[in-house]
Design a binder for this molecule. Structure first.
Ligand code: FPP
Length: 247
């Protein structure tokens, strides 16, 4: 399905949005509504993923994070897990071909120990070869927010730290190279965080939509970004005019 046409809104968000993250939910329901197997929904979801990455790049957003596979997703039926892993394998192959020509750093967030040795090798090679690019795509794969915090705590303990600062924790997370997300978009109609970027989302804005991930259009992403830009982010403080009132 082609969503991109001449009327697709394009605007430079680079000064306003540094990092956008996506919880890609609704692939299974998209397939079910069409009496297709769930893996067909994931396949369509992978196409949407490619469109979305391209679009965010075009809008000047430097960092994009997607929740591709959680630490809990292993409990799904084996054939569904295999289908998602196949899509990830295909993405990695393409990425290895394009690594030198695309301006996209790719980082896999999560514990790579659960991947096959071949996947692990490919993921590490992609990370190595794209390290110096200016745009960044984080793929959360075998990722869980709590797992990430435990992993970070163990890194800090191994460094012999007796007490830690917030900056220490941030620097031990899988996302140490990225700013915190400004906006997190969740498709599929549920209002929950699902163990995604727990620490990093402390001041993120959320955009929840009933749209199923495979149907997410560039136009809706643009609307979410405009909505985000109209919000007042106070990071727990007050607006300057309200500060005056207190004096
Ligand atoms: C959640 O939808 C989606 C997933 C668990 C997998 C996401 C994977 C992709 C979009 C494709 C592969 C990605 C890459 C990076 C190539 P769900 O299955 O829980 O949907 P449902 O809630 O409708 O059942």
């Amino acid at each position: 399905m082609a969503f991109w046409n001449k009327k697709t809104p394009v605007e430079d968000f680079s000064g306003r949005v540094r990092h956008i993250a996506f919880i890609m939910d609704g692939n299974g329901r998209w397939a079910k509504r069409r009496s297709l197997p769930r893996k067909a929904g994931h396949a369509r979801g992978a196409e949407t993923f490619r469109r979305v990455i391209q679009y965010c790049h075009r809008l000047g957003i430097r960092t994009v994070t997607v929740y591709a596979f959680s630490t809990e997703n292993w409990s799904r039926p084996q054939d569904e897990v295999a289908a998602i892993m196949q899509l990830l394998d295909r993405f990695m192959e393409e990425e290895l071909q394009d690594a030198d020509t695309r301006d996209m750093r790719v980082v896999f967030l999560g514990d790579k120990a659960a991947l096959t040795p071949a996947q692990r090798e490919r993921a590490e090679e992609i990370e190595r070869r794209t390290r110096d690019k200016s745009y960044c795509l984080n793929i959360a794969l075998n990722y869980g927010g709590r797992d990430e915090l435990v992993h970070a705590a163990n890194i800090l303990l191994a460094q012999g730290k007796g007490s830690v600062t917030a900056a220490d924790i941030s620097s031990a997370l899988y996302t140490a190279h990225s700013p915190d997300p400004d906006l997190i978009i969740r498709t599929g109609g549920d209002y929950r965080i699902s163990n995604f970027l727990l620490w990093q989302s402390a001041y993120a804005e959320y955009y929840f939509t009933k749209t199923l991930w495979p149907d997410l259009s560039e136009r809706e992403i643009y609307r979410a970004l405009k909505d985000f830009c109209s919000r007042h982010r106070r990071f727990g403080g007050l607006d300057p005019e309200d500060m005056k009132e207190k004096e």
